[in-house]
Write a protein that binds this ligand. Structure first.
Ligand code: C5P
Length: 233
């Protein structure tokens, strides 16, 4: 079964502060996106890769990734639009699709390969997860705690998330016409969309190094991880 990857990389990255779109911010002298693509290219099971780039940076991204044999398309206004744009141009012979945030630039190869292994073993949707270290509170609009959520059965979802191609396609197809009782708005990951469509989502162990670079602090952490040489997988 051929594995393709859609890499949504079209986010603005406003939480990093003013500057270039997040995927183009530099980590150890190279854009986050280049780190992410290089990791994926180190994975023996990964075939075609499609990058959804910020619409104003398609040419820049195409040049940046010349060495890595990727297809670059323009991303959309919301993350699911970027994923759908990438999915639309994946070659027809790809039957398993991973969706991976460009912002998770240091994902270990072992995490990618275990998502693929779970798909090959028959899972229809797979998400890498890690345990929640902190105690989690639910608060109301005023910031007052209304509940302490038991954390033992909570997990933080990472990427790459893997899908049988038809599962991902049908999860994305009904944007704007959600099934009764569901909404496609507000989904921050693809597994959530598959879940809303009634698909069973399996989990595999994620890794601390697969964290999403969101803030300037995260960029500093990523630099430290790279300097330590500890994110290889
Ligand atoms: O915004 P968030 O951190 O959830 O973004 C996760 C990933 O989705 C990032 O790699 C970002 O570039 C991508 N994204 C996108 N198109 C958007 C918004 C986010 O490709 N419109």
């Amino acid at each position: 079964m051929r594995v393709g990857v859609v890499l949504p990389a079209a986010g603005a990255g406003t939480r990093l502060g003013p500057g270039a779109p997040k995927a183009l911010r530099e980590l150890a002298g190279e854009p986050l996106l280049v780190h992410a693509v290089r990791r994926l290219r180190e994975c023996p099971s990964v075939g075609p890769i499609v990058v959804a780039a910020p619409v104003a940076h398609v040419t820049t991204v195409t040049t940046l990734l010349e060495l890595y044999d990727v297809t670059v398309v323009a991303g959309g206004a919301q993350r699911p639009d970027s994923v759908a744009a990438g999915l639309a141009v994946l070659p027809a012979d790809v039957d398993l699709v991973l969706v991976h945030d460009a912002a998770r630039a240091l994902v270990p190869v072992s995490v990618v390969e275990s998502v693929i292994a779970a798909l090959r073993a028959g899972a229809r949707a797979v998400v890498p997860v890690v345990a929640v270290a902190d105690t989690v509170k639910r608060v109301d609009a005023a910031g007052t705690v209304v509940a302490t959520v038991p954390r033992a059965d909570l997990r933080v979802a990472q990427t790459p998330q893997g899908f049988a191609r038809e599962v991902l396609e049908s999860a994305h197809a009904p944007r704007g016409v959600p099934p009764l009782g569901h909404s496609n708005d507000g989904h921050t990951d693809d597994a959530g969309m598959a879940e809303a469509a009634g698909v069973t989502v399996e989990t595999v162990p994620g890794a601390a190094e697969a964290f999403k670079v969101t803030t300037a602090f995260d960029l500093a952490v990523a630099e430290a991880v790279l300097a330590r040489g500890g994110a290889r997988g």
